[in-house]
Design a protein around this ligand. Sequence first.
Ligand code: ATP
Ligand code: MG
Length: 397
Amino acid sequence: LPNEFEKARPVMQKIEDAGFEAYFVGGSVRDTILGLDIHDVDIATSAYPEEIKKIFKKTVDTGIEHGTVMVIHEKKGYEITTFRTESGYQDYRRPDKVEFVRSLAEDLKRRDFTINAFAMRENGDVTDLFDGLTDLKNHLIRAVGSPNERFHEDALRMMRAVRFASKLDFVIESETLAAIKSNSALLEKIAVERIYTEFVKMMMAKRPKQGILDMINTDMYKYVPGFASHQNELETIAKIDDLNLSDEVSVWSLLSFEFGLDRVGITSFLKSWKASNDIIKNTEICTKTIEKLRDDSLDKWAMYETGKELLVLANHIAKMYGFAKSEEDLVSQYDALPIKNKKEIAVNGGDLIKNGIVKPGPALGKILYAIETGIVNGEFHNEKAELIEAAKKIVKE
Ligand code: ATP
Ligand code: MG
């Protein structure tokens, strides 16, 4: 068993000693059987939340309304969720009623795919009610039960199917795939934040091209924000040989670049995905830099404005298109810039006013900007006396 499971064993044992069942469930079991690294360990139990809180001294109510309590054991938190059923799905979204139950089978039945519906005891025994082990062997993503019903209950599962296919390099089983095709429009009913999470995970997974092609082939792409008119561009992205994206900004920058979006276009595209302002800002910068790399117009000022981190990201994407610079050269050119940000400028507005060069107001901002660009472009050194002389000249011009 992986280290993460070994560490959690005492927690499981304590629940069992109190007379309840406890299992590892969800993605960590799937990934363990596949021999992949695992991150978070999910534990499911027949004990009710109140019962869990009686067993352990230190707990946190992280999601008590869904039956999840976090138990702290040797400084690590473990999310322990009571077996539950879900019912009353309305509007193709999440259930409006969850009910705690004592039966493991009931809990596994509500899970999305056969390979996500295993339960593992702390001794390593696996419960596999839906033949998920066979699907794992055959590299198939298959809905638990009737795919059509399951996607009506929660349409996000369609996006999750594509995400897991992309993560594991699996194929979506044919009946499940057919159900996605016929229900793809239901994705419009899903909160965009939930789609966002699955989409970004998909793009950062091992085989994003598979995921993109699945989104096209099932028509799902038509029902996520801003994709409907970009089938060709999505196909182009799916053709990129070494598509590998390590963070969100890269994902959105690649799309914005390929879609040919300008600044305004990027903002409205990403606002429709409810992206954070930070992501929007960085995507705008990164996309512009990719364009400059393509046009071979990346000068010192552009590098300065981009910053090292986004410069490397942009170059990484440029590499996929075949117009990147050597990363080493690019970074050393960046490192050689005389300043990296405004704060390093050797004069400030106060200095210029004191020396009688300019009065407070809009003119001051313009002069400071001219000084900043002048330093970055190497027109003058970042030294106070020299900059004050330069400012005098700028004012005369
Ligand atoms: P990852 O390794 O990416 O975290 P995961 O399988 O653990 O993958 P999570 O989103 O963390 O995925 O969900 C944990 C488990 O909860 C899933 O394995 C699945 O059993 C169940 N699950 C999550 N979301 C849904 C859903 N929308 N419908 C049904 N079951 C779900
Ligand atoms: Mg998980």
